[in-house]
Ligand binder design. Structure first.
Ligand code: SF4
Length: 281
């Protein structure tokens, strides 16, 4: 989607107003089974806390396809993200569910290209995910408060409250949200009768709800860093408290040149990218 800040604010405002007219036809999604969203976890004394969680992505550390794959797979398998790819690897984009994925420079940073950029940088894949924006338009338009901000900056998604209106998807300028058009439990990777595997510690979703990355709140609550950060090559993904001057993410954001996605829209993403053109394989 390409639009300037003025158009963006206009359309997200309209969606917000329309949100009150959202159909209640999907209200049954409010009662979606025994599992609760977000996963109910006890905050223990090991819980990782922050004033403002943020991530730094340094793509120069991702050298091979395997580096990407390991990172994405760690997230998607822990969170029971359905995979509707055919055995040949193709997927109907409409049905695709993704929490973290890769995209080329021009789609990651539209408007931030210049004619002298190296082909190498233009062709580089970038890992993208929910930016946990400081001013998230998805939260503003949600008519049921299914998506909301936590004090530590994380944008949460409560699937029990989601009525499937998809206003959040229209409002998010980053394509960070996916809608379950098909029962996710039927996906080959989750359907146990077809050899699939479900992580019993994380709820599966139902048809008719939106889902996205949550910066692994369920792991932070028990003292673990996000799964993607753990699986990424060393230094590829860094996670920490942006408000802590001694944190690694703060030091990088303060001292290195970083860019964020679509900064002109005023959403203020919490995911920062270190851009180095020369040393990626
Ligand atoms: Fe919301 Fe999209 Fe920002 Fe995530 S990236 S907080 S889904 S607007």
């Amino acid at each position: 989607m390409s639009m300037d800040r003025r158009q963006f604010l206009k359309y997200s405002g309209i969606a917000s107003i329309l949100g009150f007219g959202a159909s209640v036809a999907s209200a049954a999604n409010l009662i979606t089974g025994k599992q609760l969203f977000p996963p109910q976890v006890d905050m223990n004394k090991e819980a990782l806390l922050a004033k403002r969680w943020a991530m730094v992505v340094d793509m120069s550390k991702f050298k091979t396809d395997e580096d990407f794959q390991k990172t994405v797979t760690a997230c998607h398998s822990i969170h029971n993200v359905p995979d509707f790819r055919t055995p040949g690897g193709s997927v109907d984009r409409k049905f695709e569910i993704k929490w973290i994925w890769k995209a080329p420079y021009e789609r990651t940073f539209p408007g931030q290209e210049n004619q002298y950029m190296s082909e190498h940088l233009k062709d580089m894949p970038f890992l993208v995910l929910c930016n946990h924006c400081t001013n998230p338009p998805c939260v503003r338009v949600c008519p049921t408060k299914a998506t909301y901000k936590l004090k530590d900056g994380i944008t949460m998604q409560d699937e029990h409250r989601c009525i499937g209106c998809r206003f959040c998807m229209a409002a998010c300028p980053y394509g960070a949200r996916s809608f379950n058009w098909i029962d996710p439990r039927r996906a080959a990777n989750l359907d146990v009768s077809k050899g699939g595997k479900v992580n019993p510690e994380y709820p599966t979703r139902t048809r008719g709800v939106v889902e996205k990355c949550t910066f692994c709140t369920e792991r932070l609550a028990v003292g673990k860093i996000p799964a993607c950060v753990e699986a990424a090559p060393k230094g590829g993904l860094l996670f920490g408290d942006l408000e802590d001057p001694n944190s690694e993410v703060r030091k990088i954001v303060a001292n290195q040149y970083t860019i964020r996605r679509k900064p002109d829209l005023g959403t203020s993403p919490a995911v920062y990218y270190v851009i180095k053109g020369g040393d990626h394989a």
